[in-house]
Design a binder for this molecule. Sequence first.
Ligand SMILES: Nc1nc2c(ncn2[C@@H]2O[C@H](COP(=O)(O)OP(=O)(O)O)[C@@H](O)[C@H]2O)c(=O)[nH]1
Ligand SMILES: [Mg+2]
Length: 675
Amino acid sequence: MSGRTPSAPRCAALVGPYLSGKTTLLESILFACGATHRKGSIKEGNTVGDASDEARARNMSTEISAASGEYLGEQWYFLDCPGSVEFGQDTYSALMVADVAIVVCEPEVSRALTLAPLFHFLDTHEIPHMVFINKMDHSNDRVGELLEAMQSVSERPLALRHVPIREGDDITGYVDLVSERAYEYKPGEKSSLIELPDTVKDRNEEARQELLETLADFDDTLLEQLLEDVVPPKDDIYEYLTRELQSDRVVPVFLGAAEMDNGVRRLMKALRHEAPPPEATLERLGGADGNPLLQVFKTYHLPHTGKLSVARVWRGEVRDGDSFGEHRVSGLSQIMGHTLNKIDRAGLGDVVGLGRLEDIHTGDVLTESGVAAESLAWFDPIPPVYSMAIAAEKREDEVKLSTGIARIIEEDPSVSVEQNDDTHELVLWGQGDIHLQVTGEKLRNRYNVGVTTARPRVPYKETIRKTIQQHARHKKQSGGHGEFGDVHLEIKPMPRGQGFEFVDKISGGVVPRQYIPAVEHGVKEYMSEGPLGFPVIDLSVTLYDGQHHAVDSSDMAFRRAGILAMKDALPHCNPVLLEPVASVTISVPNEYTGQAQSVISKRRGQILGFDTKDGWQGWDEVQAHMPQSELHDLIVDLRSLTLGVGTFEWSFDHLAELTGRDADIIVSERKEAAQ
Ligand SMILES: Nc1nc2c(ncn2[C@@H]2O[C@H](COP(=O)(O)OP(=O)(O)O)[C@@H](O)[C@H]2O)c(=O)[nH]1
Ligand SMILES: [Mg+2]
């Protein structure tokens, strides 16, 4: 493949479950590229990836880390992505703009399922991807079984590219199934070519045949050759592999151990020869005919630099000071972990940091004239599954809090915020407990706002079940001007969902017309908190009689009379608690459907049915009605049941009466909280 013209800079996203070794692999790749002189390690906390305080504190990537290096004369960008499902938003953003994804995973059959959501995203968006089975130095499971388990969660066929050479429990090298050459690992160096050991000859034959058969599914010439027992030329096989990777039809699988640099140079070589160029990625994103210049895929608000939009350049050239319509770039940089290196220009394929594009958001496509109306492919923010009520520790920090939250949402659109009018709480929504904890830490570390968090209150309501007629008189005679208002109200329940009505049946002007709205105001004012402590709904109030005083009556007096009548009447109207019930759809791999149903029942839910999940091979969706109060930590249960992959979506459905012990507890907790 000597005649190959060098590609424009390419970009690979390193993805895969938490702790599978992505950050370690990046370190090893950068070392192989000569971009770093000394390998950092996770233990020492000096890797290029995981550079933020929040990431170092947890030994866990919470955001994309970008880095770059040159390999055999070609420029590469690497995006080290978070592995935890709670930080999926950044991972998906990186995948959208990457030319190729490297799925890093553990060599454990029992953990293959954790790859399911990732494979699904890659398959849905047709993103070319390779698998790097890491930690082969610690592997107990057979590669064949591993592949089978991974295949069960991937729509695309997986094609093994190596077989391991074992000595006892250790893996000392590998055989490349295309070249049929055997290599012995040399820590920190290139592997050395050795003679094909007899012990792997059979395994090599068998695996090579499987690889060729997979490729033959997409190529008739190869199929014919196989049927006629013709050995296809090596270069042809490489060409098929390149084509099928680039069109995302086959997923090549490599083996290695990032910590020892084993298999890393082999992976880089495959990337060099087989990964698609940025022009192909632009086409994948639907932009081949348009004129996109660049696409922002990550937004940071950095302590000293301010806003930084990280983009991939899809066409033309960008220079510092350039304008996109009214948006002007102030500072152009190349990113290496936490370090920004100033550059003058960036071109096709580059990953570049753009300073101070204040009104530009993640996903935006910029052209010379501004934000492109017809955007390139992007994805919807991951729907929230977990929430926390949040408040500034100090009252005077409230403005800082809302600015901080707005910036965090710009950085991570899978966070959202809601001012709940029923509970009067500010509620932060996100992907899980750790995700929201990290959000709280960012507020503290980067925006200097201390926050307190609490489990959000459930917006209970109450209503009545009995009709009552109530007389109330507000009267005060204290020196000068007195106060006088007198009303007769009929208060009766209405069917669920009817809300509130106020009926005026006054005749003969016993309550003068101008005071009637004041009575209604009083009634409504009372309804914001009924006898059980919650907003009252679904009732009808009729003003049918009353008295007034020529001098002492006023709006205020009649409002007070309205409140008084409600206050006296409602405790005798048989009040009842209403709890919000949600319509919930739980998604799990079908081996967990039964257990998901027990979770629903344990949480007072009613199962409405289940079905296969559209577009998700081997997954089910269970529909249910569940009390909203039971959803708070539902995701925690679902994830611990399903190796982290189960999830749910919900929306408010209806209010249902709640009586008995459960209701008593809620009412007494509310009373305690109000004291
Ligand atoms: N035995 C072994 N451990 C590894 C290897 N690669 C990474 N690790 C360890 O696995 C842990 C997680 O690695 P890290 O790169 O942080 O994973 P990430 O969460 O995918 O970024 C760290 O303790 C690494 O030292 C490997 O090839 N072999
Ligand atoms: Mg990491």
